[in-house]
Design a protein around this ligand. Sequence first.
Ligand code: C2E
Ligand code: MG
Ligand code: MG
Length: 505
Amino acid sequence: MMKLRPWYMPVAIATGFCAPALLIALVSYGIAQQAFLHRIDEFSGRVLLRAEMVAGEAQNALAEANATSGPYCGEAHLHALREIERKYRYVREVAYLQGSTLACTSHVADVGKGLVNAADVAAGLDSRFVALRDRQHLVIVDPRFYVDIVPLDNTIQLGVVDTANGQAIARWPHADPEILKQALAGKLDKQAMEGRIFRVVRSKQMAMAVVIYEPEMPFQQAWQKLLYICMPFALAMSLLASWLVLRWARKWQGPRATLLEALRRKQFFVQYQPIIELDTGRCSGAEALVRWRTAENVTVSPATFIPMAESLGLLPQITDVVLAQIARDQGAFLVANPSLHISVNFAASDLQQSDVVGKLTGMVAQMGIRPQQIWVEITESACVNDPVSLDTLNRLHHAGFPIYIDDFGTGYSSLAYLSELPLAGLKVDKMFVDAIGKATATADITEHVIAMAQDLNLNIVAEGIETAEQHAYLKARAVQYGQGWLFARALDAKAFQNFQPATAA
Ligand code: C2E
Ligand code: MG
Ligand code: MG
């Protein structure tokens, strides 16, 4: 079987192989990304919870400090401040202010000698600490408490940012305060964003947000890991898909698809083999013989593809092509030469087509010729015991188309049976013509067949005449028509129209 286009197969197989692997790569990418983002989101939530807890404690401590009463910086007041500091784990020192001046703290009555330098913190000079002030009290918190959380991995960075001014309240040592600020404002430059994933989670109760950023690297590593795990599965899927594609491609490239492709590409064409009136030596017409020229420029014999087309149910489509080409090639020629005819070959499937008679009558009407100018050749087996075919034959006969039995003598039907068919004549198979002049049993049958056909008043066309001896023999027995290489091979349309029989009697 001829291939359609040789590049289809490798492309189809490559697609079959790559598609599942690609799909699995994409799906695993999606899964890895989802899992990665989910982990970061969950982590951000935990960080925010922690920061809110620390800030919440500081606010509570501040409220309690403000609830204390004077005399301020007295023994009782200082005791109360110390108690507050002890009570709240994250509070490092509680201080009292008089106006904007620091008066005393939970550690010492004398300011400036506290655990932290409360004066510096209050003035914003010591960035290592966070000071929360409300009325005359100040609470100092170690900001590390805000972000004291076990890291997800060693590449993640985070900070807790004041949403009022974008300043980092607390951050991990390697977190860039500028990036934290930009991320909160949603104004990251390209360089900062490059290859990083950002998350900003704002607190609902406080003016702060957690900003997290992380290079995509751990995600890519997770994806690769997933890919390794999926690889055997992907490979199995790819092999399965390739096998399926291969099967599909073979089927697709099977004879049916090949013939349909040939029809689509108009690769069928018709040649005409002259039929000679033996008595006068004149040309009586021609038999239309279909050929298939493939894309590789090989001409395929109808003996190869007609039986295949018939078994695949595609023959009627080929017949349509043949009829259309005859109309195109020979329409004007047959009008100008009303004594000439074209013989067409019909197979059983053509006869079973309900509209075949209409098609032929339409065709002759369109060409402007008589139905007698289109002879229909059918093989014996095409009409044996098939009521639909018989009905078609009768209708063709009534429409005026001469019907000939092709390859006569190679089938099983008796002459008696044939006498019931509406026949114009028989085409005696080449086998009997070949036997002429040879002392064989077939030679006797040839004689007999000719005599019986004449008894039944049927015309005879002798096929495959190759020698002058065969010609003389048939002519002597009043066989009406002959066809064969002695006169001409199958010719192109123009060559047939210019054909002049050389062996005129
Ligand atoms: P067929 O209808 O019996 O056609 C005669 C075959 O004998 C043709 O072969 C022709 O080229 C060949 N032939 C003619 N004279 C000679 C000769 O002197 N010597 C030799 N050795 N051969 C000769 P082809 O063209 O290969 O066709 C083969 C068969 O294919 C045809 O046999 C016919 O049954 C079928 N066929 C051809 N065209 C069509 C078509 O359009 N429709 C259908 N259904 N069948 C077709
Ligand atoms: Mg024929
Ligand atoms: Mg024949």
